[in-house]
Design a protein around this ligand. Sequence first.
Ligand SMILES: [Zn+2]
Length: 286
Amino acid sequence: MLMNMRDLLAVAQKNKFAVPAFNISSSMLLTGVIEASEEASSPVIFAIHPDELAFVRPSFISAAVQEAIRTSVPVCIHLDHGSSLDQIMAAIRYGFTSVMMDASESPLEENIAACKEVVELAHAVDVSVEGELGTIGTTGPEAEAGTEEIIYVNPDDVETFVEATGVDTLAAAVGTAHGIYPKDKKPELKLDLLREISSRVDIPLVLHGGSANPDDEIAKAVTLGVCKINISSDTKDAFYQKCREVLSNPGLREPNSIYPACIEAMKKVAHHKIKLFNAAGKAALY
Ligand SMILES: [Zn+2]
């Protein structure tokens, strides 16, 4: 069941769960994500970053759309961290049902103008829009882009931003970073800040950089209005750790001999996240 993010998250917000947004940038990751979601009867978001899209090529989106139409679980296909109108319009043409316009490193007025423009265009074709305030951190070159220093969202900007832009969802920087945290870097998720933001706006909130945060903090965030949590590193890490193990057998060559065990390994992580986000069984609510 293919949906946009607004309709997908309206149910999550009402029923207090978060939909996992798994980054997929290979057909193996797509298979793992859709199988885990079906087994757990969970709604799901296929998140694809512009760098991932350049790698998989646009034809991959047609396959993702077909999977979304075929499956009984609700699916949204979302452009993660779009940063230009060209990227956004191309994504809509390829079949994405949701886009993120990330102008979070620009001054507030510019961020508002960029998101407002995207909202006007995307809403005309029923595609939903995510904006971002504050900046998500980064943990190194293998993580998605982010800033060295996390700028926490200013709660005073939130209402202005949401009202002026008309975005459907808001990624608010509350201390997470993209990637897996190195030993000397501890995530500092400010739950009080999250609580304050959620009291000021009605739209569903999004948590980026959801990999490798303590489970109890994530579970708490779900009770505070977070309805979408982005997971990229944790599932990919499980997949490739297993891949290294499997490939220690030098005789293997066939993708269908190599990858099934890797897909199973990533599915275990996906199942854990789905449960943690309270999303298991929630496909029945749509
Ligand atoms: Zn992100």
